[in-house]
Design a protein around this ligand. Structure first.
Ligand SMILES: [Zn+2]
Ligand SMILES: [Zn+2]
Length: 321
């Protein structure tokens, strides 16, 4: 390992791009061991998703198309935080096997791969948060790396399955993980078909198949992407630390509003098994409210609370850090 740029190995296009994704490694002290190979099979579709959003300039907009984009954001952000995160990653409440499968399908529609992949990486994050082993720490590596570089590298295509043995017991989840692209394709085709139907059935809505596809799928997905990623990048950098956790997680109201409660990230790192992440009534946690509604209908149950002594633990903790 060398910190002298002059003795660094010659760069290829590959390493140049990855070092851009990892600005610190690229500019400050070039460290070849920290340069991960870009996985073009992930990067090209990822760039394509963003480029497809430019099509809004050509397809125009209508209230129904904009409403669909917002609606798809709400459903899929809730599926990511409520199901992929609070259910599959932390098992903070219970549901039936059928409910679990529906939750997995909804989560997969956000185009963030399958529930097993997502949960495995997330459990790894909690085990090594902000240490050198953390896959997406903005403390250890660059903002861009923590935001999106980490999952575009070959190294993180395969998760550590030893962390998700409980999920591997379900063949339907393994199947969904194996063919994680199917659900997004069905969603995109479905939105396109809905737009075609509306063109003929409700011409006064002034929408069409391309608007529904571009706004309902591409724009909504890309916004959901970056809102989700802020929790890995910004929420370990900006906000308040109520608890002296061993990582650098923060509580951030704005990110909590954007991500339906995930912005109470310091709370969450302090006590990850709780269903709610806003620990006080004034800490708005839309996902928790949604899960409470699902519990009223008996769809989920055994939501894990935050014990009062855990919530108040900061008063007894050492102020040193
Ligand atoms: Zn975190
Ligand atoms: Zn978590």
């Amino acid at each position: 390992m060398s910190t002298n740029p002059e003795s660094a190995p010659p760069r290829t296009l590959w390493t140049s791009l990855t070092s851009w994704l990892d600005v610190r490694a690229g500019l400050a002290n070039y460290d070849a061991s920290k340069i991960d190979n870009v996985d073009w099979m992930r990067v090209i579709p990822f760039i394509g998703m963003h480029l497809a959003c430019v099509a809004v300039l050509f397809v125009g907009v209508s209230p129904i198309a904009a409403g669909m984009a917002i609606g798809m954001y709400v459903i899929r952000m809730f599926a990511i935080t409520g199901f992929y995160h609070r259910y599959f990653s932390h098992r903070s409440f219970k549901t039936s096997r059928a409910g679990q499968f529906v939750f997995a399908l909804l989560g997969a529609s956000a185009v963030q791969r399958g529930p097993i992949w997502w949960a495995a990486h997330h459990r790894h994050h909690h085990a090594f948060s902000d240490t050198e082993h953390d896959v997406h720490s903005p403390v250890q590596r660059s903002f861009l790396w923590s935001h999106m570089g980490w999952f575009l590298s070959r190294r993180h295509f395969q998760p550590d399955l030893s962390r998700v043995r409980d999920l591997l017991k379900f063949p339907e989840l393994k199947l969904l993980d194996r063919f994680d692209i199917l659900v997004p394709i069905v969603l995109a085709v479905g939105l396109f078909g809905l737009g075609a139907l509306l063109e003929h059935a409700a011409p006064n809505l002034h929408t069409d198949r391309w608007q529904m596809l571009v706004w309902g799928f591409f724009v909504s997905t890309v916004v959901t992407y970056h809102a989700t990623y802020t929790i890995n990048s910004l929420c370990h950098r900006f906000g308040k630390r109520r608890y002296e956790t061993s990582d650098d997680s923060r509580n951030n109201l704005w990110l909590a509003l954007l991500t339906f409660g995930e912005g109470w990230h310091n709370n969450h790192h302090h006590y990850p098994v709780s269903t709610r992440q806003g620990f006080y009534w004034w800490e708005i946690d839309l996902t928790y409210y949604g899960l409470r509604v699902l519990a009223l209908f008996g769809i989920v149950w055994d939501l894990k609370p935050v014990p009062r002594e855990v919530r108040d633990a900061r008063t007894r903790r050492s102020p040193a850090h």
